[in-house]
Write a new protein. Structure first.
Lengths: 258, 261
């Protein structure tokens, strides 16, 4: 089991450590200035020394991202249920949702400040919610309508009430779609929260911290904040993958990965 | 009272469109309770369409169908049908026993009863050892047996089976045929069975309905007067061979080629 894991993750670990070493070496050999690219060791040192300021900022941003993710997912779930239920809703909403999904929604960030006020953390939550809504909703609608015709006919032959078809056929068929959407959405949520905060928001947040430190040419601090943001993103992604394995051990993606 | 009463059934797909297909034309058929009817005919002659019309998965363009003296729709609401399709159509997120329990769950049967029935049905198709497996861990033939167990689980009065044994190897197929006959005798189920195999149709049925294509029509109905119950030796009976020949000749008239190639 452990050797299996080593086998699987080994290359990634080697690549990661190698890249860090090359980075560190390059900064030293070419004497690269800290404001262009600080060495990993310098970032790590700053990370430790700035922890007391970084952690509350990171936590605030992380909670906003989580809040937006929760809000956006719930609304997307409800919207997709009605779109899966009524063809008219689907035909009306899906093209719009797909169009909206391919626009850079993050450009809303400065406008959210106007709507909710510069310091209101709900502005960030709202931007994240809108950002994650579209990919989740689109994938869920596809998933809920993805069951093959023969399975639908099978349920029909038992005179299954439509609610039961939803619970026993459509929802399980939508799970793989939901999980691939959530993998995209968790990354979007952290990016969205920080970029929104670049444009304003409470002072003690990662986005504001990064713009402030970058403005003061304190790039080690900015990089340390970026590392923390990445850690949050990876954490969320890991949670989604772990859930995926628990919830759908039967699915191809999971059974070939374990 | 006949279990099945089809009068002048016509089915036209994409009516008025460029790709209009008359899948069935003027189908008349009566099936008495407890009969075992096989539909045989060249590919595309409308066998599956006819089965789906009886099962209320399609509505005929014209003509009437009566099932247990009800409309097919009412019969479906009354859960009179067990269906087995060409492919197993198992739900991949359900373990084998849970797949067998699916109709019982939909019909609100209590958990203990469901589990007992699923166990019994899986024993019947000799898959009790696989009840905790997922469908992907079973071969195609095993999956099809699960689908049969599922269709039988709620003891429907009519079984509609569309080439259910097509994916099985010869030995399993013969065993499943015996099992199906045993279940049929025990349960008084009326069976409508689509197949491409002449020996299968003759061995199983009380009557074989031969269909012709373009448009789909019934060209011949052959009584299979082999003694009941059918046993392994039935296949060696001279009457069995005579009937094989009779069905084969009837099919040859229809298409001029061997079916199921
Ligand atoms: N939903 C549909 N829409 C349009 N045409 C259809 C549809 N279903 C069946 N057909 C057509 O109706 C005809 C009969 O099809 P059907 O599937 O009933 O044949 P079959 O006898 O079951 O053939 P096979 O032995 O290959 O299974 C075919 O010409 C087919 O193309
Ligand atoms: Mg067919």
């Amino acid at each position: 089991m452990t050797s299996d894991r080593l086998h699987k993750y080994g290359p990634a670990i080697v690549l990661f450590v190698g890249a860090l070493a090359v980075w560190e070496g390059a900064v030293r050999v070419f004497d690269i200035q800290g404001f262009i690219l600080p060495a990993p060791s310098a970032i790590a040192a700053t990370f430790a020394s700035q922890w007391s300021e970084l952690w509350p900022a990171g936590l605030g941003t992380f909670l906003s991202a989580l809040g937006g993710l929760a809000l956006g997912s719930v609304v997307a779930f409800l919207a997709s249920l009605s779109a899966a239920r009524w063809t008219a809703v689907r035909d009306g909403a899906m093209p719009l949702a797909i169009a909206a999904n391919s626009t850079p929604i993050i450009v809303l960030a400065p406008i959210a400040n106007a709507w909710f006020g510069l310091l209101n953390p709900f502005g960030t939550i709202a931007v994240v919610a809108v950002l994650v809504f579209f990919p989740i909703m689109i994938n869920l609608v596809r998933g809920l309508t993805s069951a093959p015709a023969t399975q639908v006919e099978l349920m029909r032959s038992y005179a299954t009430p439509s609610r039961t078809v939803l619970a026993k056929l459509q929802m399980p068929s939508a799970l793989p779609y939901l999980f691939s959407a959530m993998k995209v959405a968790v990354a979007l949520s952290v990016i969205g929260a920080i970029v929104k905060e670049y444009f304003g928001g409470p002072q003690d947040r990662l986005g504001q911290y990064i713009t402030l430190k970058a403005g003061l040419f304190q790039f080690e601090e900015a990089w340390a904040a970026i590392v923390l943001a990445s850690a949050f993103g990876i954490l969320l992604y890991t949670v989604v993958v772990a859930l995926e394995r628990r919830v759908m051990p039967w699915h191809v993606s999971v059974r070939s990965a374990s | 009272m006949n279990t099945l009463e089809l009068t002048g059934i016509t089915m036209v797909f994409n009516q008025g469109g460029a790709n209009e297909v008359t899948a069935l034309d003027g189908i008349d058929l009566s099936v008495a309770p407890g009969e075992f009817i096989s539909l045989i005919g060249p590919s595309g002659c409308g066998k599956s369409t006819l089965l789906r019309l009886v099962g209320d998965l399609l509505s005929p363009t014209s003509g009437t169908a009566q099932v247990n003296s009800k409309t097919p729709h009412q019969a479906r609401l009354d859960r009179d049908y067990g269906m087995v399709f060409q492919s197993a159509t198992l739900l991949e997120w359900r373990r084998i026993a849970e797949n067998v329990e699916l109709p019982l769950e939909v019909m609100g049967v209590a958990k203990a009863q469901r589990e007992a029935t699923a166990r019994e049905m899986l024993e019947l198709v000799q898959l009790e050892k696989f009840s905790d497996h997922y469908p992907w861990q079973l071969s195609g033939g095993m999956q099809q047996r699960v689908a049969i167990a599922r269709a039988l689980s709620f003891k429907p009065s009519i079984l509609l089976m569309d080439e259910p044994f097509g994916a099985l190897d010869e030995m399993t197929r013969e065993r499943m045929q015996m099992e199906l006959l045993r279940i049929w005798e025990e349960t008084n189920t009326t069976i409508v069975f689509v197949t491409h195999s002449i020996p299968e149709a003759v061995f199983l049925s009380t009557r074989v309905v031969v269909m012709s294509p373009r448009p789909g029509q019934i060209s011949d109905v052959i009584d299979i007067d082999l003694p009941q119950p059918r046993v392994f030796e039935t296949r060696e009976d001279t009457r069995f061979f005579e009937l094989l020949t009779k069905v084969r000749e009837s099919l040859r008239k229809v298409e001029g080629e061997e079916p199921g190639a």
